[in-house]
Each structure stands twice: as structure tokens, then as C-alpha cells.
Design a protein around this ligand. Structure first.
Ligand SMILES: *Cc1c(COP(=O)(O)O)cnc(C)c1O
Length: 424
């Protein structure tokens, strides 16, 4: 493909009219399995000597369009779609870690990722070491000889934090380990972590890529830049593989070896495959990603500016505001906008938070982000209610905190709705 721009790639990357029928949009290949030409063809597919479809747990033509499209938008070498963002994270760490291995992450993460890393991953004997501060110095201090990877979010949940990807990539590479960036909240329209040194990008496509709050999905993008054979840290990639007659996957697949290994070992054996129907919904969503992200960011800035001047609001944490400590990072890493998701504090604490979510009408009170619709949640009474107040504060979910995911409605209507509910 010629060097098309981002907006053009959002619509065309990976897709072409269906060779069998001429259908212009990508058909939903709702089939579990694919017929072999003959025994030799089947053997070459199973031996990974030739790319082709066998079974939808491993590859599917509708899903392949989604994978190629997101890889193009992120500027990566290859993509892999999964049933959810958490499924994608599972496959990444299954490819990188052996039992007993460690990785470093900072706590400015989606709550579900904190739980996945600190609780469920323990069962695989995989261990997270938390950085004390969400910056390169904090990450560096947490790295030990056992560290096999570094994990951050580009634009971190809950809102307002933009990580210094370049400095953190440098620290990871000095330690000989890859940097994984969860780019869910920014989307590749606002931020392209690979350009700043990330080796692996992961998405919950459930959020802004799909964009309409109707389909779960996850994506892994392999930048194609990390040398998996430079040390003995990554045996799944660098050592002979029993399941494939002793093949060394990095040696055989070069710059797409990480994505291939996630697929032919992780996805094949652990099984979190995306439904072709969901792939179709996500492809359709991505076609309008540039338009949506632009409007999300414009609306969020208007709403944040309104809240900043409201007498019932004590603080607003949004990187798009000039007084944010992350404003400069926003100009560097997300110059087109600071995204849709941010937090603010209501005067009057817990009771005021409850009153706001009970009184609001146009915003939907629910636990999600990245919908066309505006969403609101009061973490202390919902997602973080099992924590005590000190733990809530530490997680950025104190009693006064409200999180918004600003949608694509008219900003004036959103502001009027918030104003009415804040005044009670
Ligand atoms: C939602 C989310 C996830 C998890 O993705 P699912 O698709 O819900 O499994 C991971 N990271 C971030 C930043 C998210 O918002």
C-alpha cells in the first residue's frame, strides 16, 4: 500500500473487496473451520510453512482485517486480535514469562489490570513489581535481574496522567527488556507509542477502537523491533519449540515473531479468540476513529473547563487543561487531544458524589469508557467500594472522585446536565 495518511488507513488498511463475491465491506466469515486443498496443503499449514486458515480459534479472515488495520494505525509490524483486552494481556505475558519471572508496572492502571497482575497472574507464578512513582525513575528503581518486561498505560486510567513513554522505553531497553504500552484510552489517533520506543502495544478494543459500547475485543500490536534472541530471557521465542518440530519462532518469523508466538502458542492453547461478528463491529467502528477521537477530546475539554469553574467542584484532573502537571506531556505525546476520560472532585465528598450520579440524566451511570454516549461513575460507591478510604485514596478513587467518559453528544447538553445534577 502507498504511504496513506491515518484517516485513509482507518477506512482501508487490511481490507479489499471480497474476492469471492465482490462485497465491498468486509464479510463476517462466521465459520469455525476452513477446508484444505489436499493433504500437503494441510501439512504445510500445520507446520507453519505457509500462512492460511485452519480454525477460527487461531485465524479468521474477518479478524485478519481488524488485525492488519490496527497494526497499520499503530505503525507496527503485525497484529493479533483477542476476545477482550484482558485476553490480550494474558497472551502477552504468557509469551514473555516463565514461571517465577517478574515484570514491572506502575499503579496508574485500569483497575482490572491491577487485579489481573497482582492476583490471577500469581497462579502462573508470574509476579508484578510495582513502581513507586509513575515515571522513568520509578520504573528504573523497580527493575531487577528477574524483570522480563515493563508495562504502562500511555494515557492512564483514571484520567489526567500521560506517561513519558520515551524515557521509560529507554530505561526498559537499558535493562534488555521490552516496553508494553496499553494504548486503550488514547487510541492510535491520539498517541502512537511505537514511535516513542514501545515494543508491544495492547488495546481493549472494547473501548475507543470499537467506540460504540457494543462489542468486546482486544488487540496486540508487535512493533517488530525487539531482539528476542539477544539474551536467554525469552525461551518461547528464542528456543526450539516442541509443538513445531523444534522450530525457533524468532529465527523463523523475524520481526513478526512476537505476534506469531502469541497466536500459535498462546491463542492456540489458552483460547481467548474473538468472534468474527465482533471483529466486524470493531472494523466498522475504526472507520470513524479519527472523527470520534477529535470530537471526544473537544467535548471533554469543554466539559473540563466548565467543571473547573463550577463552585460545587474542588478539582479537575485532565491533561488538556493548562494547569495540569501533564499538560506538557500531552503536547508531546497526544498533540491532537487529551482524550475523553478524566476525573474531578465534588465538594461534599461521598454524599455529594452519590447525589450527582443519582441526579444525572443524559450521562449513563455505568462502569465503562469509550462509548459514543457520555458515561459517569462514582468509583467509591461502585468499582472501588470494597476498599477502605485510605486504599481508595491511594488508587485515585477517594470518596469525592467522579470519573467521566465524555461522549459525542452536543457539549452544551452535557454541561447543562452536569450543572443541574451538581446544583441538585
Ligand atoms: C477496559 C480496559 C482493559 C480491559 O479490557 P477488556 O476489553 O474489558 O478486557 C484494559 N486496559 C484499559 C485501559 C481498559 O480501559
Amino acid at each position: 500500500m502507498p504511504e496513506y495518511s491515518f484517516d485513509t488507513l482507518s477506512i482501508h488498511a487490511g481490507a479489499k473487496p471480497d474476492p469471492a463475491t465482490g462485497a465491498r465491506t468486509t464479510p463476517i466469515y462466521q465459520t469455525t473451520s476452513f477446508v484444505f486443498d489436499d493433504v500437503d496443503h494441510a501439512a504445510s499449514l500445520f507446520n507453519l510453512q505457509q500462512f492460511g486458515n485452519i480454525y477460527t480459534r487461531i485465524t479468521n479472515p474477518t479478524t485478519a482485517v481488524l488485525e492488519e488495520r490496527v497494526a497499520a494505525l499503530e505503525g507496527g509490524a503485525a497484529g493479533l486480535a483477542t476476545a477482550s483486552g484482558h485476553g490480550a494481556q494474558l497472551l502477552i505475558f504468557h509469551t514473555l514469562l516463565q514461571p517465577g519471572d517478574h515484570f514491572v508496572a506502575c499503579k496508574k492502571l485500569y483497575g482490572g489490570s491491577i487485579t489481573q497482575f497482582s492476583q490471577s497472574f500469581q497462579k502462573f507464578d508470574w509476579h508484578v513489581d510495582w513502581a513507586e512513582t509513575p515515571d522513568a525513575a520509578g520504573i528504573k528503581a523497580a527493575i531487577t535481574p528477574k524483570t522480563k518486561a515493563v508495562f504502562i498505560e500511555s494515557l492512564a486510567n483514571p484520567g489526567g496522567v500521560i506517561m513519558d513513554i520515551e524515557a521509560i522505553a529507554k530505561v526498559a531497553h537499558e535493562a534488555g527488556v521490552p516496553l508494553i504500552v496499553d494504548n486503550t484510552l488514547a487510541s492510535p489517533y491520539l498517541c502512537q507509542p511505537i514511535k516513542h520506543g514501545a515494543d508491544i502495544v495492547v488495546h481493549s478494543a472494547t473501548k475507543f477502537l470499537g467506540g460504540h459500547g457494543n462489542s468486546m475485543g482486544g488487540i496486540i500490536v508487535d512493533a517488530g523491533t525487539f531482539d528476542w534472541s539477544a539474551s536467554d530471557k525469552y525461551p518461547s521465542l528464542s528456543q526450539p519449540n516442541e509443538a513445531y518440530h523444534g522450530m525457533k519462532l524468532h529465527e523463523t518469523f523475524g520481526n513478526i515473531a512476537f505476534a506469531i508466538t502469541c497466536r500459535v502458542i498462546g491463542l492456540r492453547d489458552l483460547g481467548p479468540a474473538i468472534s468474527p461478528f465482533n471483529s466486524f463491529m470493531l472494523i466498522t467502528g475504526i472507520e470513524t476513529l479519527p472523527l470520534r477521537m477529535q470530537r471526544h477530546s473537544e467535548n471533554a475539554l469543554k466539559v473540563a473547563e466548565f467543571l473547573e469553574s463550577h463552585k460545587e467542584v474542588s478539582w479537575v484532573s485532565y491533561a488538556g487543561l493548562k494547569n495540569s502537571p501533564y499538560y506538557d506531556a500531552h503536547r508531546k505525546y497526544c498533540p491532537k487531544g487529551a482524550g475523553a476520560v478524566f476525573t474531578f472532585g465534588v465538594k461534599g465528598g461521598y454524599e455529594a458524589g452519590v447525589k450527582l450520579v443519582n441526579g444525572i440524566e443524559l450521562f449513563s451511570h455505568l462502569a465503562n469508557v469509550g462509548d459514543t454516549r457520555s458515561l459517569i461513575i462514582h468509583p467509591a460507591s461502585t468499582t472501588h467500594r470494597q476498599l477502605n478510604e485510605a486504599q481508595q485514596e491511594a488508587a485515585g478513587a477517594g470518596p469525592d472522585v467522579i470519573r467521566l467518559s465524555v461522549g459525542l453528544e452536543d457539549a452544551a447538553d452535557l454541561i447543562a446536565d452536569l450543572d443541574k445534577a451538581l446544583k441538585g
